[in-house]
Design a protein around this ligand. Structure first.
Ligand code: 4NP
Length: 157
């Protein structure tokens, strides 16, 4: 069976998108369906290429039993071809994606993370980088419920 390829996108690829990737993979494992997906994350900026995730993201995730294993990379035009679903964390990331050369048929697979948030109390996953610890927990909770709903959607017949 062809694996579904999912790419999470934020700005730096050290806070939100690597956490989305880690939580998504964790949930796939819990459901025993990790073989059905290929999951990665990247940033639209080049600031953190080759960097591990932010230590605050790692620590917060660890407290919830999630291990993050990722090295920062920047979004490339080829990603828009390769992945089946490209999930941006906020509208500015979305705008950055559309600055790349994209094809008409790729538009439909580019979406926002909070499109899947069952609470729908915001349109964006807020950037926690310049804020305090609380922001990292807020991001975790948004991503936890949004990725859960996304997996439900992708696995429903
Ligand atoms: P992320 O957060 O996009 O969730 O990884 C950020 C990380 C780094 C920067 C901005 C946002 N930065 O400006 O370096």
């Amino acid at each position: 069976m062809e694996r579904k390829k999912i790419l999470f996108v934020c700005l730096g690829n050290i806070c939100r998108s690597p956490l989305a990737e880690a939580i998504f993979k964790h949930k796939l494992k819990q459901r025993g369906i990790e073989d059905q997906f290929e999951v990665d994350s990247c940033g639209t900026a080049n600031y953190h290429i080759g960097d591990p995730p932010d230590t605050r993201t790692i620590a917060n995730a660890q407290r919830q039993g999630i291990t993050i294993d990722h090295i920062g990379r920047q979004l490339q035009p080829i990603d828009l071809d390769y992945y089946d679903l490209i999930v941006a964390m906020d509208k500015s990331n979305l705008a950055n994606i559309f600055k790349l050369q994209y094809k008409e048929e790729q538009i439909g697979k580019i979406t926002l993370m909070r499109e899947y948030d069952p609470l729908q109390n915001g349109e964006e996953v807020p950037d926690p980088y310049y804020g305090g610890e609380k922001g990292f927990q807020t991001v975790f909770e948004i991503l936890d419920r949004s990725t859960e709903a996304l997996i439900d959607k992708l696995t429903s017949k």
